[in-house]
Design a protein around this ligand. Structure first.
Ligand code: COA
Length: 703
């Protein structure tokens, strides 16, 4: 016996189907039927108080009346008796439960309490439970052969394991997979996830030798932090391909801050995927496209792709999609092109993408694929075939797989206009060549393989703990809380950042204008002057910021102008902040927003006051490694501006990376911080660091 986690669910020696109905079409009947039909290798016990036997097998009135031990019970009784039979399972010593019965948390009201009692019973008797409200589980391993679902189509055996938060979608996927010839190792419908979660299943399958690829349909990550930790480990061992529906909560709130308003879409989930190397599929179709590529082909070593086609149009569409997905068209060596000239049809175009034209013969396909796959400058090949009248598609398919088999590079195909039933498709897929209905699908699948290959090689980096004056930071937050405030003043916010070693511009607050000259002198001209006060959020819009003041006169005149302007607008303010004026840098934003589901998220973007319009930001979920922080910075569209364009000096990107890590540490230390905007941060030249010149920190209301 192995001792994998969730073994009680996936490798039971005996199964009781509690609620095994005598009536065809009822769920309890269908599950028993599937177990028998698929040759479950253990002992099956139907449980039904009204029947002496079901499906020709002796039935028991209850689990307690059974002679032998029971590893797993599948619960398919109506909800009003479900808790009673679960309790009996506990008393019997059943170790695993798959609860198909619906009517728990998902229906609200009394269902919520029912689910709590169900969970309490599992805890009391030490039972591991999948569900309730689920479709069941499958393990196709020859020594188990368990199909404990009511899905009409039993899956083929294969290396893919699928975990799904939607039972119905699970059935659809199993069904479609069969028509594609895609086989499964394990299947788990999570239902309400009352106990066994997506993370538990991932954790179990990452070490499962039968599972080569994990597919997941995700509605939410449960505990995103655990997901990040487990998925990171899983993706280092095998590809995890996920389809995620539902949107992040981050942007749902009407946030006052810049950072909060940047959430909006699915960016938080996207960040989780980027950080963990989980490949995101945008549709069920794409989920299969990727699954087929990963299960049949090896990973490409590089991004240079050759296309061999008999038509120009689809080849060009394929090129566009490859380039859009960060792959490249390979450049053939002169020797490859010279060789092709010796046999290719006159009309053929021999530069990548190769267009053999409808004149291309089977031998031309073979020669062309052989030539490009032998070329050192090619990492992968996509063969496109638009069936002309004269050539048999099965023969083309055979040429493709025979030639691919001679080389160690991935080959994918697009037989345009052919379906999964066409003989060419069957010939290709049954010989290990993924075949797609459209050229773009082949290109996207290859790009996903390359992304994964890169991810496997990437350095995950290290987490780091910096020295910080935590007591000082606690004091600042504690005093604001004690005063009943949920916002730190700008001075407090800057002091908080200081406590975490974030480089802030030297600054001082004064209540009265008469103190301005001495303070400016102390800080040193040129200075920036800002009005401070509770209601001053968008200071630039309120004309409450003046920059680059060089003399005492400019300073005092400026203060006068700000005061008059704010008075005219009816905005009260409490004083002025005099600050070191930081010139000659690039404005960036560092921030944090707290998502109801994902928890705190770090934000990095370029743009200062333009950030809300550019929306060029990257998100990261703490704990961040140094490489995570580096990737966040590098992933924004305008990153080249930080490295310097047109002869500009590069910014101190290393210092910005450290700032993000320090901010991540601060955010993890203080759960009470709801939002943080350090904006703008002036990124200075390499070696000179950066200066945070404005900061807003919002606390969550006291509990
Ligand atoms: N122990 C064992 N069997 C019992 C029992 C008990 N205490 N009490 C009743 N049964 C038997 C019944 O006699 C019946 O067998 P029979 O048809 O031979 O008489 C069988 O259990 C099923 O009971 P029935 O009342 O016919 O229920 P049902 O089959 O109509 O519905 C569920 C049961 C679980 C399917 C239903 O309650 C349900 O939850 N449906 C939704 C399931 C779902 O959607 N899950 C999520 C999928 S993603």
């Amino acid at each position: 016996m192995t001792t994998q986690p969730l073994d009680v669910i996936f490798s039971p020696s005996s199964i009781a189907v509690v609620g095994a109905s005598r009536n065809r079409g009822k769920i309890g009947y269908e599950i028993l039927h599937n177990l028998i039909l698929n040759d479950y290798q253990g002992t099956i016990y139907p449980v039904n108080p009204k029947a002496r036997s079901v499906h020709g097998i002796p039935a028991y009135p209850s689990v307690l009346s059974m002679p032998g031990p029971v590893d797993l019970a599948i619960i398919t009784v109506p909800v009003d008796v479900a808790l009673a039979v679960v309790e009996e399972c506990g008393r019997k010593g059943v170790r695993g439960l798959v609860v198909i019965t619906a009517g728990f948390r998902e229906v609200g009201g009394a269902g919520i309490g029912r689910e709590e009692r169900l969970l309490a019973l599992c805890r009391e008797y030490g039972m591991t439970m999948v569900g309730p409200n689920c479709m069941g589980v499958i393990n196709t391993s020859p020594d188990i052969q368990m199909d404990a679902t009511f899905a009409p189509t039993p899956p083929l055996r294969g290396g893919i394991s699928l975990v799904t938060q939607s039972g119905a979608l699970g059935v659809a996927i199993l069904d479609h997979a069969k028509s594609l010839g895609v086989g499964f190792a394990k299947f788990c419908s999570l239902g309400n996830k009352a106990q066994v979660s997506l993370n538990d299943v991932l954790a179990a399958w990452k070490g499962d030798p039968e599972t080569k690829i994990i597919l997941a349909y995700i509605e939410n990550f449960g505990n995103p932090k655990n997901f990040v930790r487990i998925a990171r480990d899983a993706t280092k061992r095998k590809p995890v391909i996920a389809m995620k529906s539902g949107r992040s909560e981050a942007g749902g709130r009407a946030a006052m801050s810049h950072t909060g308003s940047l959430g909006g879409s699915d960016l938080a989930a996207e960040a989780v995927f980027n950080q963990t190397g989980v490949l995101r599929a945008n549709s069920i179709e794409e989920l299969f496209d990727y699954a087929m590529a990963f299960s049949l082909q090896r990973l490409p070593r590089g991004k240079r792709v050759a296309i061999v086609s008999d038509a120009g149009g689809p080849a060009i569409m394929c090129v566009d999609e490859l380039v859009a997905n960060d792959l490249q068209l390979a450049e053939f060596s002169p020797a490859t092109i010279e060789f092709m000239k010796t046999w290719a049809p006159q009309e053929a175009s021999l530069n990548n993408p190769i267009d053999l034209t409808p004149q291309g013969s089977l031998e031309d396909y073979r020669n062309a694929m052989d030539a490009v796959l032998s070329d050192e400058g090619v990492d992968a090949c996509i063969a496109i075939y638009v069936p002309p009248v004269r050539v048999d598609e099965v023969e083309v398919a055979r040429v493709v797989w025979e030639t691919a088999a001679k080389h160690a590079k991935p080959v994918l195909t697009n037989f345009l206009g052919r379906t999964e039933e066409s003989p060419g498709f069957v010939e290709l897929v049954s010989h290990g060549i993924p075949s797609y209905l459209f050229p773009e699908s082949a290109a996207r699948a290859l790009a996903a393989m390359y992304r994964y290959a890169q991810y496997r090689e990437r350095d995950e980096g290290r987490t780091q703990t910096f020295d910080a004056d935590r007591a000082l930071a606690e004091g600042i937050i504690g005093r604001a809380r004690a005063a009943g405030r949920t916002r730190l003043t700008e001075t407090e916010a800057m002091a908080f950042l200081d406590a975490y070693g974030i480089q802030t511009a030297r600054s001082k607050t004064v209540a009265s204008r008469s103190h301005l000259p001495a303070t400016a002198k102390e800080i040193g001209y040129p200075v920036a002057l800002k009005a401070v006060g509770e209601r001053l959020v968008h200071k630039t819009d309120l004309k409450a910021v003046l920059l680059d003041l060089r003399t005492e006169r400019e300073l005092l005149e400026g203060a006068e102008r700000i005061a008059i302007g704010l008075k005219a607008r009816g905005v009260p303010f409490e004083g002025f902040l005099v600050q070191e004026y930081v010139a000659d840098g690039k404005e960036v934003i560092l921030g944090m927003t707290r998502d109801k589901v994902y928890g705190p998220f770090l934000v990095f973007g370029l743009g200062g006051i333009y950030v809300e319009y550019l929306k060029d930001v990257a998100f990261g979920l703490p704990p961040l490694t140094d490489q995570d922080a580096a990737r966040m910075i590098e992933s924004i569209r305008t990153y080249p501006l930080l490295t310097g364009v047109r002869g500009e000096a590069p910014c101190d990107i290393g210092a910005l990376r450290e700032a993000l890590l320090r901010l991540a540490q601060a955010v993890q230390d203080f759960d009470e911080i709801a939002e943080m905007d350090v904006n703008p941060v002036i990124a200075l030249e390499k070696g000179k660091g950066y200066r945070a010149v404005d900061a807003r920190i919002v606390l969550s209301p006291s509990p």
